[in-house]
Design a protein around this ligand. Sequence first.
Ligand code: 13P
Length: 249
Amino acid sequence: MRTPLIAGNWKMNGSLALVEDFGRALAEARLPRGVEVALMVPAPYLAAAVSTLAASEVAVGGQTLNDQPSGAFTGEVSGAMLVDVGARFVLVGHSERRTLFGEDDAAVLARVRAALGVGLIPVLCLGESLEEREAGRTEAVVLGQLAAVFDALSPDERSRLVIAYEPVWAIGTGRTATPEQAQAVHAAIRTRLADYAPALAEGLRVLYGGSMKAANAGELLAQPDIDGGLVGGASLKVDEFLAICQSAG
Ligand code: 13P
């Protein structure tokens, strides 16, 4: 049995006041048993989120990391720094990092390695653009992004990741993949994972992301190969986010 994970990705949004609102609400909320919840907040809010969320069982994660341990990389954040402030997860290869910040497959792999090296759980994001989907290349693109990382890792390293399938055309657009569209890609990912090892396919969580909200989370999370959600816009509203967490229970 895979433990469902609902992870909020605030992207470059939020404030200290919002961190405090979430801290209060999540400490009082009855989160469903057997569901793991995490919030990926902007780096300046990580330490506050860790201490504010300590009363709840909500984990905190970073949104990116540099692949180097330290050095003259102005503006960057290392994995060790994320660990230092209490983060447990880190997003790697989010489509916004790939397209806006030029992170290619090699950069994504280097960041996954850096995260694993310091004991963070990398949430590896995969997804096709609208153009790629319309050209019938969805599986080729997504499985190619997967292979670019997984082929290079050891069996033990592979078992320590979380995967998030986020079709780029569904991110921030209000246009969610249908449960059938999402399930088809999740199943393809899981079949590919089974080529590495059946236990890997059984154990790894594959989250769906892209305009997930309270109104559509239930039917997406009911799919057999969808093990949780990576939630952008709807993770900035505490009631909406809590409702998504409830539907994973
Ligand atoms: P939205 O939920 O805002 O579409 O964002 C999804 C996402 O990119 C989460 O990482």
